[in-house]
Design a protein around this ligand. Structure first.
Ligand code: ACO
Length: 322
């Protein structure tokens, strides 16, 4: 049986850091409010001239170095993002060109904060069927370009970044199962009101911003993250105490804590990086995963669960043996 296995991980966070103290000077907020409601202490902000593909290239190179693969080895690219460089061509083709990767299929996946898990799930199927041998899977955002910096209810939450993995076939168990879902009835709770066929003229004139009903998002997020995580465990007959690590979407520390509590999972088994980079949407899970792999917490052979939730609403879980 062929499994797909994560052969290497990488990340990139832009150099510029915006702290809660910086935000206190921009809107009517406080470090204390932001920390107690979200856990966030700082976020990274891309420079004006940086494109999302630039962040992807750095994270991808990092992952390829750790996997010991070169540009010539890559035969498919998946990118989960809501903030691509251009409407077209798709961001994966831009990354392919920038990195000198030979002609191959390039997918861009838009599933808001669940984008990486959606992309990983699809990439897993190509590897398992033998159609791909070395896949770059990236989650990345420059989401702060969609932020209204006068709106204190959203501007304190988000940050920019990219995370990546290299996926290769293996005879040893790697990704055990993936579980995706979406329910479009929740669109109005979290959305960005501009698209190609809708209100495009408003883009860039400062009257468009992320629309969010924070309290409602919070409740559905906790319920859904818990349910899809449990679905992945049940599908593999895995008891909670067999799980080594939960890597949840890093939106908000309170959402993460509430999900762990509902799952009855001790916080010691939960990777938390939202404090240092805020909500980086599709980048958050691969970022958190790379941090914990590189600092030695997540080790080869351990059982790891990715747990994602985002606008749509979309959601997904991936259970894997690292
Ligand atoms: N600083 C100070 N006060 C603020 C701020 C701020 N940055 N933002 C809102 N407030 C005020 C509100 O105006 C309100 O004041 P009022 O009582 O005078 O009207 C008060 O704080 C309480 O507002 P609530 O919205 O009830 O605050 P809550 O405790 O729900 O926290 C938060 C808000 C942090 C947004 C929370 O609802 C949340 O985490 N929701 C999840 C949203 C999320 O994570 N979205 C990310 C995208 S979705 C995803 O990635 C899963």
């Amino acid at each position: 049986m062929i499994y797909s296995k994560i052969a290497g991980t990488g990340r990139y966070l832009p150099e510029r850091i915006l702290t809660n103290a910086d935000l206190e000077k921009m809107v009517d907020t406080s470090d204390e409010w932001i920390r107690t409601r979200t856990g966030i202490e700082q976020r990274h902000i891309a420079d004006e001239e940086q494109m999302t593909s630039d962040l992807c290239v750095k994270a991808a190179q990092n992952a390829m170095d750790s996997a010991g693969v070169a540009a010539d080895d890559i035969d498919m690219i998946f990118v989960g993002t809501t903030s691509p460089d251009l409407i077209f061509p798709n961001i994966a083709t831009i990354i392919q060109h920038k990195m000198g990767i030979p002609a191959c299929a390039c997918y861009a996946v838009e599933a808001a904060c669940s984008g990486f898990v959606y992309a990983l799930s699809a990439a897993d199927k190509f590897v398992r069927t033998g159609d791909a041998k070395c896949v770059l899977v990236i989650g990345a955002e420059i989401i702060t370009k969609l932020i209204d910096w006068d709106d204190r209810s959203t501007c304190v939450l988000f940050g920019d970044g990219a995370g990546a993995v290299v996926l290769k076939p293996s005879g040893e168990p790697g990704i055990l199962s993936t579980h995706l879902g979406a329910d479009g009835q929740y669109q109005q709770l979290l959305y960005y009101p501009v698209g190609v066929s809708n209100n495009l003229a408003a883009a860039g004139v400062g009257d468009s911003r992320i629309m969010m009903s924070g309290n409602d998002v919070f409740k559905v997020a906790v319920k859904t993250l818990t349910a899809v995580a449990q679905e992945a465990l049940d599908a593999n007959d895995v008891d909670l105490d067999e799980l080594d690590w939960l890597v949840p979407h890093q939106a908000n520390l309170r959402i993460i804590q509430a999900t762990a509590k509902r799952l009855k999972l001790p916080m010691e088994k939960v990777i938390q990086t939202v404090q240092i980079h805020g909500n980086t949407s599709a980048a958050s899970i691969p970022l958190a995963f790379d941090v914990a792999v590189r600092d030695g917490r997540i080790k080869r052979g351990q059982l790891v669960l990715f747990d994602a939730f985002g606008g749509g609403f979309t959601w997904g879980a991936v259970l894997l043996r690292y």
